[in-house]
Design a binder for this molecule. Structure first.
Ligand code: ZN
Length: 242
């Protein structure tokens, strides 16, 4: 494995993701929502942080940036389109641009919907997808700034990645997403099994992520929505679901 990935829980239900290139020890952190737990985890991984990757500007994804940057001297990269509302960027990236973590190369994918400037990072060699608040296990981000058409295209772009891709998302929402997903596709056997698995994982104090793209294609009603109208319909139903 050229690159390893590790979830670091922070705030109430956020995940930051640490990527480490095996060959060089180069380490990156995605979406450090708060500094304390992330600095502790990076210290345990070797005391290094070369790069901070940002998917979008929300406070629960960028709150720890300045402290992590100051502590490790990390470079900060994020979307060019959102440079005005992200922490100070050392590199402002456009969709299709490359990011490098040691010997491991990633690419920026444009994923608007949750916010209009949202991006994801895909590292093909390690099968790692850092997708922030665009795609969750069994769910997708709320349409805070974008519309259903944007989210549909963003999810389609992510679904086109290989089945083995690890979906490293920004929140531990799987169990509540499963309750809603089961109202959309109660007969989906893969979803029923996944919901039971997530429940057991949480009861045992385990993370339910990363999941895989194959799993999401089989179980996630938002990924499975066949057109924009259907995505809009279930997104709106989820917004009102309790
Ligand atoms: Zn967000």
């Amino acid at each position: 494995m050229p690159v390893s990935v590790q979830a670091i829980p922070c705030l109430s239900d956020n995940y930051a993701w640490a990527l480490q290139d095996a060959a060089t020890g180069t380490t990156a952190i995605c979406d450090p929502g708060e500094a304390g737990p992330i600095i502790a985890a990076l210290e345990a991984m070797g005391g290094r942080c070369d790069l901070i990757l940002l998917t979008h500007h929300h406070g629960d994804h960028v709150g720890g940036v300045e402290e992590v940057r100051a502590r490790f001297g990390a470079r900060v990269v994020g979307a060019k389109a959102d440079a005005h509302r992200l922490p100070r960027l050392d590199a402002a990236l456009a969709p299709g641009e490359k990011v490098v973590v040691g010997a491991t190369e990633g690419v920026v994918i444009d994923t608007p919907g949750h916010t209009v400037g949202h991006i994801a990072f895909h590292f093909p060699e390690g099968h790692v997808l850092l997708c922030g608040d665009t795609l969750f296990s069994l769910g997708c981000g709320r349409l805070i700034e974008g519309d259903a058409g944007m989210m549909f295209r963003s999810l389609a772009a992510l679904s086109a990645l290989p089945d083995a891709t690890l979906v490293c998302c920004g929140h531990e929402y799987t169990e509540s997403n499963a309750r809603f997903a089961l109202t959309v596709e109660p007969e989906n056997a893969a979803l029923v099994a996944r919901a039971a698995e997530a429940k057991a994982q949480r009861a045992a104090g385990k993370f339910t992520v990363p999941t895989t793209m194959a799993e999401e294609k089989a179980t996630n009603p938002f990924v499975r929505a066949k057109d924009v109208a259907r995505l809009a319909e279930i997104r709106s139903a989820k917004d009102n679901f309790r």
